[in-house]
Design a protein around this ligand. Structure first.
Ligand code: SF4
Length: 195
């Protein structure tokens, strides 16, 4: 039988738990059902905080995140998370004065737009934001795209736009972003973690 690192850890954890339960005289059936992840779906994602890009497992039940931990199968972090990553759960939930778990009110959940020279932010929906971004990229590229430079050399470039990648994306997503940027002739391509 082939055992992955994740299943090895799960089996080891179950064995240790069963041993402790037996020592304490606790029913084996009670402990797994007490786990808050017992009935949760597991979703893999990437820690959004820094450029290391550690793999993360989110446990989701009824559309709500109930726990977050490092992904043991991810070759970047092999299950570990730094102090910031270990606190990822608190991006979504915090505790109120009565120590009750409540949604984090500071988490951005809407598109905010500030028009040129405006002082205030406006709330917009994603359809509006995506349509406007696409339109502005297209218009700017059409206006400034250069097929040849002053010496007649083919350059196919657009220096009026730049592209910033994201540490919140995985390798495959950043690969596609890079292809997109190169296909549009962008020369100024960077990333918050310079990956
Ligand atoms: S867990 Fe820590 S090191 Fe890993 S990506 Fe998140 S912030 Fe960076």
């Amino acid at each position: 039988m082939k055992i992955s690192r994740r299943s090895f850890l799960a089996i080891s954890g179950a064995a240790i738990t069963a041993g402790v339960a037996a020592k304490l005289g606790i029913s084996k059936r009670i402990i797994p059902e007490d786990y808050r992840i017992a009935y949760a779906d597991t979703v893999t994602t990437v820690c959004p905080i820094c450029g290391v890009g550690c793999g993360v497992l989110c446990y989701v039940e009824n559309g709500q995140i109930v726990a977050i931990e490092g992904d043991p199968d991810n070759p970047i972090n092999e299950g570990s998370l730094c102090s910031k990553g270990s606190a990822l759960f608190n991006m979504y939930y915090t505790y109120n004065a009565k120590s009750e778990l409540v949604p984090n009110q500071r988490r951005m959940t809407k598109v905010l737009y500030r028009a040129p020279r405006a002082k205030d932010w406006e709330v917009k929906d994603w359809d509006w934001a995506l349509e406007n971004m696409a339109r502005r990229i297209k218009d700017t590229r059409d206006k400034y795209f250069e097929e040849k430079n002053g010496d007649g050399v083919t350059v196919n470039r657009c220096t009026a736009l730049s592209w910033l990648g994201s540490a919140m994306c995985n390798n495959e997503e950043n690969y596609l972003f890079h292809k997109f940027a190169r296909a549009h002739g962008f020369l100024n391509i960077d990333h918050c973690a310079r990956l």
